[in-house]
Write a protein that binds this ligand. Structure first.
Ligand code: FE
Ligand code: FE
Length: 188
């Protein structure tokens, strides 16, 4: 798969700061992937595509959902920006012809995670959170964990995301809670 088309699209559509984030997620994910046996091409594609719908307005995200039979749940209706993950997967398929379901799933769940994430999903979930441009105070801990234990790193990401949502009084998506619970059962 040629990544040139994807990069051209991202350069056109994303603001410079977002593009920098995406490239940094790619670099972080590609560097973590080998030790967990994740395919380099799959993780590179998933990382490059994960925020490919981030340029859309809430209205555009909701319209795209209508066109693709994606029915937003109550929390996504309140906070349509959550939909950039699912819409991103749709766009990856539609616009770039990606049919690899593992790549599409990793893109689709990168924000909330989900129960029973694949290793590919976890690498993207963690890299998206801890790439060096992120301002979150807890990322040093996550970056450290990412090089030694992917499940613990993903659990820490899920925990920090929930904590921030509680502190800032943001709605919590049930799938984010399911992610946290599931990862708890997976750590050794
Ligand atoms: Fe995102
Ligand atoms: Fe992102």
């Amino acid at each position: 798969m040629e990544t040139t088309d994807i990069l051209d699209f991202l350069r056109q559509k994303l603001k410079p700061k977002r593009l920098k984030h995406v490239l940094s997620v790619r670099d972080t994910a590609v560097s973590i992937a080998p030790q967990y046996g994740v395919d380099q091409q799959q993780i590179e594609l998933a990382a490059l595509l994960h925020d490919c719908a981030k340029w859309m307005t809430n209205g555009e995200l909701l319209t795209t959902c209508q066109h693709h039979q994606i029915v937003p749940d109550l929390i996504e209706e309140q906070n349509p920006s959550l939909l950039h993950a699912k819409v991103g997967a749709t766009l990856a398929n539609d616009r770039f012809g990606i049919i690899d379901q593992s790549v599409l799933q990793a893109v689709s769940v990168h924000t909330t995670g989900m129960a029973k994430m694949s290793t590919l999903d976890k690498v993207l979930f963690v890299a998206d959170y801890c790439e060096p441009n992120r301002p979150y105070p807890g990322i040093i801990e996550v970056r450290k964990l990412a090089t030694v234990d992917l499940n613990r790193a993903a659990l820490e990401v899920a925990r920090q995301k929930l904590e921030r949502q509680l502190v800032t009084k943001c709605m919590i998506h049930p799938q984010a809670v399911a992610t946290f619970n599931d990862l708890l059962t997976q750590i050794s």
